[in-house]
Structure formats: C-alpha cells, structure tokens
Design a protein around this ligand. Structure first.
Ligand SMILES: Cc1ncc(COP(=O)(O)O)c(C=O)c1O
Length: 390
C-alpha cells in the first residue's frame, strides 16, 4: 500500500501501510505466509541464472520481503535483512563490516551479549575491541586508530539509559573512515531516525517492540547505500534465515507499534515520576525525565521515549529486595522487554571503560499496557514488603 518510492508519511501511517499490497494477494489485508524451502523454476535457464525473484527459501520469500520492505521504509535505508534474534542482528551487523586486523569501538553500556561477541568471538578472528564511555560524543575521535573500521552505539543503553551524541560520534567515525552501527532497539525505527543522525547500519531486537507480544524472537538490520552490499552478502553467506511464522508475528506486531509505544511512554513517565518521589529511590534513569542527564540530547534527537527505564534504589539488602520482587503481581520477572506486559528485573551492568557508581541496587522496569494505577499499587505493596524486611 506504500509504494516503495513514495514519500514517507507520518510514522503512524507507515507502520500500518508499509510492506503490504493487498490487491496483489486477492485483497487479503495481510501478506500471506509462504512456507517454503524449495521453489520450482519453469526452465533450466531460469534455474541456472536464478532469474526468479525468489530462488531458494533460505534466500528470502514474499513473507520475509514484506517485513524487510516495511522496516526499510520506516528506516529510510537502502535495504534490510532479517535475523533469527536481536542478538543475531548484532553479530550480523558487526561481521558485515569487520575484517581480521580491524579495531572496533563499542559503547561501554552495550547489551551484555554484544560485549560477549566482541570479547569471545571477534577476538578469535583478529578483531580488537575498545569500550568507550557512552557519553564521550566527539571525544571518540581520540580513540580512533588507523585500523578502526566500526563504532558501535546503543542509545540509550538498555540497562543504564545514557543518551549518546550520535551525530558527533558519527562525524568523528566517518572522518576516520569507520562505519557507525547503532543498536536502536529502545527507540524502534519510530522514535530515532538513525540514518538522519549519521548512522550507517541500524539494528533492532525486533523481539521487543516490533513483535510486541513476547511470543517470537526476531532481529532486523538495515543499511544505508554505503553498507548495504556488505550487509546483504554477509547475511546470505552466513545462512541467516527466519521461519515464516515468526516473520509474520513481526509484521503483525508492527501494525500496532506506534499506538503501543505512545501508551508505553505515558505509563513509563507516570511510573518514573511516582518512583522519583519514593524515599527508597536514589535515582530514576529515563531520558524523558527533564532532570535526566541525557534529557537535552534526547529532546534534540528523539521523537519520543519507549517504556524501558532504570531505577537505582538506596542501599538495601538482597533479602529485602527479593521480598519486594518475589511477590509482585503485575510486574513479571523475566529477561527481554517490549511486550504488552510489565516487567522488573535487577540489572548488573558490566563496565570496563569507567566503573559504574551506584548507591544501591539497580532495577530495570518495562512499563507494559496495564492500567497505571494498578501498576503503582503493585509497586507500593512491593516497597511496603521491602521496608518490612529491611
Ligand atoms: C538492546 C538489546 N539489543 C539486543 C538484544 C538481543 O535481542 P534478542 O533477545 O532478540 O536476541 C536485546 C535483548 O534483550 C537488547 O536488550
């Protein structure tokens, strides 16, 4: 329904229309799901020249193309590929641009497994990683080496929520001929226009807000013109593929993402303000709060906030914290985020560029779509248990 070359409309419209063409499918509103490995070719010439749009299931189908097209359109990229998880999207993006002997700069607040990939896998292939302070901005220029080929950003970081000055980082990276990769999962393609801010390759754990219902694992990586060929070739050569039913769940989630995000933001802000007034809380880490250190950069570069934020408590025993978390009724304890449900987990970020100083334990909250008064009542009862156990 959105012609690929038509000017982009408002995000709320694009999430509904992008990657769909009902009249090409007998009027079916949603693109059909193709379960396919083998695709038959009408002639030997067609088989040998791979002249069909789709030649083999692993290399894509109308189902995967529909979601890639939709994400690519939302991002305004040159092309998008799908990966079996958000983590696979991270590793794919890095492998697309790095070669043996290269140096890589990674923000110190990156998602834990991203660090593990750099430390445990990339090292085996002769790629050296330096972790940089997330708020370094233009100062990243001082860490650039002759062989620095990529700068990896995650803004805000999904445990500590620092906002990065991506335009300044991109400028320094490009000056040294390095590409900028951004894990844009927190903001989704809707709340941060990565390419307009100098990013070359943007990725999402679509498992979170794009799928939106905690029922499938999925990753997406989108490239600009300069990096698209490397991304497309590496994706094919690594044999990455996502099953059609999971792709469909990504497409289905996408259609309601804009409206869900608005509610996630409204609820997260209400919870964040309420938590700021609690005596047990040392600090709330959420760039949408006016007193957050990243607020002015967030206002400059983002068009909204999603529902994930952090809370630093005043010092409290492990037992007291457990008595709060163990009996919450609406906040589930589990990894991941971005679904319709509220979650709360203790967070233990790894830092090597500069130690992270916290007064007490750090919690990560995902504000779901439940009524905010009910969520506040659940937290209130939790703090009562924490205080009783202290
Ligand atoms: C910021 C970020 N990037 C990537 C991932 C990895 O996504 P997945 O769990 O789909 O592999 C996560 C998962 O929590 C994440 O929080």
């Amino acid at each position: 329904m959105s012609k690929p070359d038509a000017p982009r409309r408002k995000p709320e419209t694009e999430v509904v229309t992008a990657g769909r063409n009902p009249l090409a499918h007998h009027g079916a509103v949603n693109p059909p799901v193709y379960h396919v490995s083998t695709l038959l070719h009408p002639t030997m010439e067609s088989l040998e020249k791979r002249s069909q749009t789709y030649s083999y299931g692993r290399r894509g189908s109308p189902t995967s193309q529909a979601l890639s097209d939709a994400i690519n359109r939302l991002e305004g990229g040159a092309g998008c590929v799908l990966a079996p998880s958000g983590y696979a999207a991270v590793t794919l993006a890095l492998m697309s641009v790095l070669h043996s002997g290269d140096h890589l700069l990674v923000t110190d607040n990156a998602y834990g497994p991203t660090r593990a990939f750099c430390d445990k896998i990339l090292t085996r292939f002769g790629v050296e990683t330096t972790y940089y302070e997330p708020t370094i901005g233009a100062g990243v220029a001082e860490l650039m080496r002759k062989n620095t080929r990529a700068v990896f950003c995650e803004s805000p970081g999904s445990l500590t929520f620092e906002v990065q000055d991506i335009p300044a980082i991109s400028q320094a990276a490009h000056k040294g001929d390095a590409v900028v990769i951004a894990d844009n999962t927190w903001a989704t393609p809707l709340l941060f226009d990565a390419f307009a801010h100098g990013v070359d390759m943007t990725l999402h754990a679509a498992t979170k807000y794009i799928v939106g219902h905690s029922d499938a694992m999925l990753g997406v990586v989108t490239a600009n013109n300069a990096t698209w060929k490397q991304l497309r070739d590496t994706h094919g050569n690594l044999g990455m593929h996502v099953g059609p039913d999971d792709v469909y769940l990504g497409q289905r989630g996408l259609r309601t993402m804009a409206i869900r995000l608005k509610q996630h933001e409204e609820t997260a802000l209400a919870l964040a303000h309420w938590l700021q007034r609690r005596a047990e809380v040392a600090r709330v880490l959420y760039p949408a709060l006016p007193d957050d250190p990243g607020h002015s950069l967030w206002r400059r570069d983002f068009t909204g906030a999603s529902g994930l934020f952090g809370v630093e408590l005043k010092p409290v025993s492990h037992t007291a914290l457990a008595s709060m978390l163990d009996h919450l009724e609406l906040f589930g304890m589990g990894w991941s985020w971005g679904g319709y449900e509220s979650l709360m987990v203790p967070a233990h970020p790894t830092r090597t560029a500069r130690p992270l100083k916290t007064e007490g334990p750090l919690l990560r909250i995902h504000a779901g779509l439940e009524a905010v008064d009910d969520l506040i009542a659940d937290l209130d009862a939790g703090f009562a248990r924490l205080n009783n156990a202290s």
